[in-house]
Ligand binder design. Structure first.
Ligand SMILES: Cc1ncc(COP(=O)(O)O)c(C=O)c1O
Length: 448
């Protein structure tokens, strides 16, 4: 495939060498796709077929993928939806319905219609794979990844250890809220030094539990769009939306930053990374989505479909060369849930959100009533965690003491170079009635 349209866009400048080089060859999946439509005899893909009769010793001549009945019985879905490979970019029903799902959330939350600007989502093996795909396609060794100084530890594995990016931190908070100016300073520097910037934002946040207000979202988006227009260099903004939908107070935006970044500056390239892991509480299903916001000025309306195909080809090229395709049975289940009964899905999930809301309220009430010694809690209003900054001892020593003395387990986070020394408390996995014990144990250890 030629990438004539893509080469005219800021996306091309933002790509890594691999991003510019990669493509999906017309290989086995291409020929087997054609075979499904055009052939009488299909001898393309390495999936074994036979008749139902061959399988079960009957006269049934129905042509089927060969499968093990005992295995199929464990899945309450059609055998082919469990046994077949998924297409490289995901099953079409899921891609379509995930796009609708994004558009629905953006419309409901931000009152912004993003649908015309979305690429067809690529189905990934969870958000993690979306992140590693972004790292490979946008970052060369030494490129800058811009992050607040408190972040999910796996980012450093993906971008720094594997991708060899250089992480540029800015302090997460200023004056008790998100540090927009700190973020803009680092993005500006990256644009000056590297000619492009890659920013990764995660709300609701792991580890802090912070979620911006809608007004803060607008500020973040306005500043980035202005900077893009001023510098005329690409700013890729990865929105890690793993915890979208988990917000617990009225100030927190109930939706993603993504819609505020779409159709803004031609140099702003928003990428939405989603996952069924938390959104549908299917952690092990390994279903995620990678969706890009295309700026209408990049190509003429006539060329848009070709541009989308070029983008799709590159992303599929990467998926084919890494995991080939994602778990089909889980894709099928998620597609069915979203197509047939999204409202019921949300209604049933609401029970879990309500449970977490109660825990959030209890833990924050206890921490506010009697502040912890030598500690401060970061602003939090969503997600699965909160973060307690600790002083006077290393966070790992405190976590160790907590385990030994109180049999209470938390995650220590230490980054002395940026002054981070904190413990992450995953209240999402603690019974509401145990939260007072959890807080008392932390208090005991911090007091001694
Ligand atoms: C911020 C963040 N992003 C991504 C992930 C991973 O999501 P997935 O399980 O869909 O790969 C997690 C999981 O802990 C997370 O906290």
């Amino acid at each position: 495939m030629e990438f004539k349209n893509l080469q005219k866009t800021p996306l091309w400048t933002a790509f890594s060498k691999l991003g510019q080089r990669i493509f999906l060859p017309d290989g086995i999946f291409y020929w087997s796709g054609r075979a499904k439509k055009e052939s009488k005899l299909n001898a393309t893909i390495g999936t074994a077929y036979g008749t139902q009769g061959d399988l079960f010793g009957t006269d049934d001549q129905t042509w089927t993928i060969l499968y093990v009945k005992k295995v199929a019985e464990q899945f309450k879905i059609p055998p082919n939806e469990m046994a077949e490979y998924a297409p490289i970019g995901g099953i079409p029903e899921l891609r379509q319905t995930w796009k609708d799902w994004i558009a629905y959330k953006c419309q409901k939350g931000a009152k912004i219609d993003v649908k015309p600007y979305l690429t067809n989502p690529l189905i990934t093996a969870g958000v993690t794979m979306g992140l590693s795909m972004a790292s490979a396609l946008f970052m060369d060794p030494g490129d800058h990844l811009i992050l607040p100084d408190k972040f999910w530890e796996n980012y450093s594995q993906i971008f720094e250890v594997i991708g060899q990016a250089k992480i540029q931190y800015f302090p997460f908070f200023a004056r008790g809220d998100f540090n927009v100016d700190g973020m803009v300073d680092v993005v500006r520097k990256s644009l000056q030094v590297k000619g492009k910037a890659m920013l990764l934002l995660n709300f609701p946040n792991n580890p802090t539990g912070y979620v911006p207000s809608p007004a803060m979202y607008k500020q973040i988006a306005d500043k980035l769009a202005t900077l893009g227009d001023e510098m005329k260099k690409p700013i890729v903004v990865l929105c890690d939306d793993a915890y979208e939908g988990y917000t617990y107070d009225e100030n927190a935006a109930t939706y993603s930053l993504f819609p505020h970044l779409v159709n803004r500056s031609a140099f702003l390239i928003p990428v939405k990374l989603d996952g069924a892991s938390k959104e549908m509480l299917m952690y092990g299903g390994r279903v995620g989505a990678f969706t890009l916001g295309v700026h209408p000025s990049w190509v003429s309306a006539d060329a848009r479909a070709v541009l989308d195909a070029e983008i799709n080809n590159k992303l599929e090229g990467y998926i084919r060369g890494t995991i080939s395709n994602s778990n089909r049975s889980a894709q099928y289940v998620v597609a069915q849930l979203l197509i047939k009964d999204r409202d019921e899905l949300l209604k049933q999930r609401a029970a879990s959100v309500a449970l977490l809301t109660k825990r959030y309220k209890v833990i924050n009430k206890l921490l506010a009533e009697k502040p912890l010694p030598n500690a401060s809690v970061d602003p939090n209003n969503g997600g699965f965690f909160l973060l307690i900054n600790v002083k006077g001892a290393k966070a790992s020593d405190i976590a160790d003491k907590l385990l030994k003395q109180e049999q209470v387990a938390v995650i220590p986070m230490e980054a002395p170079e940026v002054g981070v020394n904190a413990i992450r408390v995953a209240y999402c996995s603690v019974k509401e009635s145990d939260i007072p014990k959890l807080v008392t144990a932390i208090r005991n250890v911090l007091t001694k």
